[in-house]
Design a protein around this ligand. Structure first.
Ligand code: ASP
Length: 363
């Protein structure tokens, strides 16, 4: 689904006619204006990019591509950071955040803390296209989605429920939850501390999908979707639903989005700040590194109220990534530390869909 205007603008172009006459790759990989389409996003965007890149080469709309990429991860129960099978909040309920933005018309749509809807990114698109608003949150977002015909879908899989219960049982040795009995050790003597013996060493609490797209006609769009921070406080809204933080694009400058600690992205207005630097002529990598340096400085002050934000090495204890594309087709994937994610997905005519190494600020 796309805005009628977007379809008209696209189909009406002479390149659109050419695409129907010959192979998309031959005819459309670089436009007459010398532009090439580019998709950049989180590592889990690769399967969606592989499915979408041919459409983009054929002149597809960037918002369509960004949303379709997110939908692949939303429907995949094995991706526990997004949509179906996403890790739930502390009550065991999967609450999703999603947003999209169309740089050509400078309009966004978002839903946050939405439950029981398989494709929150499609609901975000309805907010973009069929309301005068930018965001709808919580139970009202669910009702809005149902009113637009989205089916009710249980998103908690047996696997994500089991992970949540394991987390709950390992929270404290002062409560009444005992957890499953430990498996008898093969050689070592039995542990005396039966409670802490099933506290999981570490849960991966982060994960999101982002996709930024530069289309052949020079338009940009982006989309982000997530189940958010695992075991979050119910109702917590992360950066993925906040335009300017977890994603932002501007048809005059470029597009950016993030994964990782959402609070850092929100407090830095990160994606908007990156796009603003693109507007001022900075290269994508330099723009991303500048915001990462700013986040490091901000974290030093934030440690006044949350000391755990600084690790024993004196550096931020969390990680965050940015995926950036400029209107000239240059792109970058940058990360604070490269510990949680080391790679990003990119698709452009010269190399096709692939993973590349994120460039880390702190190595
Ligand atoms: N940025 C997401 C959030 O804070 C989570 C993540 O990407 O890890 O909700």
């Amino acid at each position: 689904m796309s805005l009628p205007l977007s379809r008209r603008a696209f189909v009406g172009g002479s390149a659109g006619l050419a695409a129907s006459c010959a192979s998309a790759r031959e005819v459309r990989a670089v436009s007459s204006a010398g532009r090439k389409p580019v998709m950049v996003g989180s590592e889990n965007a690769l399967p969606g990019m592989q499915a979408q890149f041919e459409h983009l080469l054929a002149g597809g709309a960037p918002l369509d591509a960004a949303i379709e990429v997110c939908k692949v991860a939303e429907a995949d129960p094995k991706d526990t950071s997004v949509g179906l099978g996403g890790t739930p909040n502390e009550d065991g309920v999967v609450q999703l955040d999603a947003a999209c933005m169309d740089g050509r018309i400078h309009k966004s749509g978002a839903v946050a803390a939405i439950e029981d809807i398989l494709h929150p990114i499609e609901v975000a698109r309805i907010v973009l296209e069929r309301t005068d608003h930018c965001q709808i949150f919580g139970a009202d977002a669910y009702r809005f989605a149902r009113a637009h015909g989205f089916p009710h879908t249980e998103l908690l899989t047996e696997e994500s429920r089991a992970v949540w219960m394991k987390w709950k049982e390992g929270l404290s040795d002062q409560d009444d939850r005992l957890g499953p009995p430990p498996a008898p050790p093969k050689s070592a003597p039995p542990s005396k501390d039966t409670k802490t013996s099933f506290v999981p060493a570490r849960f991966e609490r982060h994960g999101t999908i982002h996709c930024s797209v530069l289309a052949l006609d020079g338009n940009v769009a982006c989309a982000t979707s997530t189940s958010g921070l695992a075991f979050k406080i119910p109702g917590r809204v992360g950066d993925s639903a906040i335009v300017g933080a977890g994603l932002y694009c501007d048809g005059e400058a470029g597009s950016a989005g993030s994964t990782g600690r959402g609070e850092a992205s929100i407090l830095a207005c990160a994606s908007a700040m990156i796009v603003e630097q693109l507007r001022n002529g900075r290269a994508p990598k330099d723009a991303g590194m500048e915001i990462l340096r700013r986040i490091v400085r901000e974290t030093e002050r934030q440690a006044l109220w949350q000391p755990a934000l600084i690790g024993p090495d004196g550096r931020p204890s969390f990680d965050i990534q940015f995926y950036i594309v400029a209107l000239d087709g240059s792109f970058a994937g940058v990360t604070l530390k490269g510990k949680t994610h080391a790679r990003f997905a990119v698709s452009e005519p010269d190399g096709g869909p692939r993973l590349e190494a994120l460039e880390a600020l702190l190595t």
